[in-house]
Ligand binder design. Structure first.
Ligand code: AMP
Ligand code: MG
Length: 391
């Protein structure tokens, strides 16, 4: 049995990156940049007014100024500001020659004959954004490995990138195993339950921007499981199975994977839930056999599958645990394994949730994170700093 950190390192060590593809920025939300992006312009590109007001020379001692030009945004000023002169200027417009300051409209009084009196006492602020003060032409603005969010889309637009190179997404197959399972549209008959792991895994993948290839439910027999696994391996870069990895008489997944040419790298991890997790490879393909209990599926996916996918798609900073204080005492049954339990992160810290073990799916719907409890812990005091990971 290996520790979770070792298991994660093994998994990440097996990740091969996929090829690149070019996408229009409009289709690249949630993807990861595969190349550095440099700016082709200064931002702002010219000295720009940050206010509606009057452009003057800050050293001009005058109080009353003659308005010599109107400069709306987008107009190139035609005149140079001299002593006693100003230009009426709008936010975003280019400062005229000779001017280095904008007095706000609110700080001016209209005088006859197209003149304005300025309240110079408020003139501490220049109200001008200098050329290149945000970004210099040629500067690195977005690193390879950056997740594209709306703000990155804006940055790409600003520097004129309409197409971007991103890492191709992996094809991911999902198989549920279990002769007791029926798909959710059916009413389970005696001895049956609905397949919830399949839809959950599809949703977990969707959250990472991946459209899963769902293969269906494999009955607990070698022949049926093998046919589905073989197809899953042919068509995908990653194959995820749930159930059938424990030591029961009808748990065939590990055997079937081996029959299909998968090299098993580990099949036990010191975590609770999730102990019988199986991980293997076939050429560049990654194969995960998750224990069937729903909480195990969610936890093991978040601990190992999600980081593998993040690395595969080139994400620079994958999902990480954060440290927060517990807001109540928490007692738990001590285990030799590291434990993961559902919690609620709220104002002030982490609130544990009533949790009955790996089949207690319902507890997850009340949680927004999982917490990690070190092996051998049976009591956690209020204020203890613990590792949590939003889910
Ligand atoms: P297994 O790992 O196959 O022994 O399954 C462990 C437990 O999880 C059993 O109670 C199964 O009925 C349940 N289980 C397995 N697969 C699923 C699934 N796809 N959806 C819901 N529960 C499942
Ligand atoms: Mg089963």
């Amino acid at each position: 049995m290996i520790k979770a950190t070792k298991a994660l390192n093994i998994v990440l060590g097996q990740v091969c990156s996929l090829g690149l593809e070019t996408l229009p920025v409009s289709a690249a939300l949630g993807r990861v940049l595969a190349k550095n992006i440099y700016s082709d312009v200064n931002i702002p590109p010219f000295n720009r007014s940050a206010m509606d007001g009057f452009a003057i020379n800050s050293k001009d001692p005058a109080e009353v100024f003659a308005v010599i030009e109107d400069i709306p945004a987008g107009k190139v000023p035609g005149k140079t500001i001299k002593s006693g002169e100003c230009a009426r200027i709008m936010t975003g417009a280019m400062l005229p020659k000779g001017a280095d300051q904008v007095i706000r409209v609110e700080d001016s009084i209209k005088e006859p004959a197209n003149k304005v009196k300025m309240r110079r006492s408020v003139a501490g602020r220049k109200n001008v954004a200098q050329r290149g003060e945000d970004v210099k032409k040629g500067e690195l603005v977005l690193r390879s490995g950056t997740l594209i969010r709306p703000q990155e889309v804006a940055m790409l637009a600003t520097v004129g990138k309409t197409n971007v190179k991103v890492v191709r997404l992996p094809k991911v197959g999902v198989i549920s195993t279990g002769s007791e399972l029926v798909e959710p549209i059916f009413k389970p008959t005696t001895g049956q339950i609905r397949n919830s792991n399949g839809p959950m895994l599809i949703a977990q993948l969707q959250r990472l921007g991946i459209e899963a290839n769902y293969l269906g439910i494999a009955k607990d027999n070698i022949k049926a499981t093998k046919a589905m696994v073989a197809q899953g391996l042919r068509e995908n870069d990653i194959l995820i199975l749930s159930g059938g990895v424990s030591v029961g008489d009808y748990d065939f997944v590990k055997e079937v994977l081996q029959d299909c040419g998968v090299k098993i790298i580990f099949n036990k991890v010191a975590i609770k839930p999730g102990k019988p997790t199986v991980f293997g490879t076939k050429r560049n393909k990654l194969i995960f056999g998750l224990p069937g209990n729903p909480v195990s599926v969610l936890v093991v996916f978040e601990l190992f599958v999600a980081p593998a996918i993040s690395k595969m798609i080139g994400k620079e900073s994958p999902e990480a645990f954060i440290s927060l204080p517990l807001i109540t005492d928490h007692s738990c049954k001590s285990s030799k394994r590291e434990q993961y339990q559902p919690v609620l992160i709220k104002q002030g810290g982490v609130q544990p949730i009533d949790f009955h073990g790996s089949a207690h799916m319902f507890a997850l719907t009340k949680a927004n994170a999982i917490m990690r409890i070190k092996s051998g812990t049976n009591e956690l005091k209020k204020g203890t700093i613990i590792d949590v990971r939003p889910i």
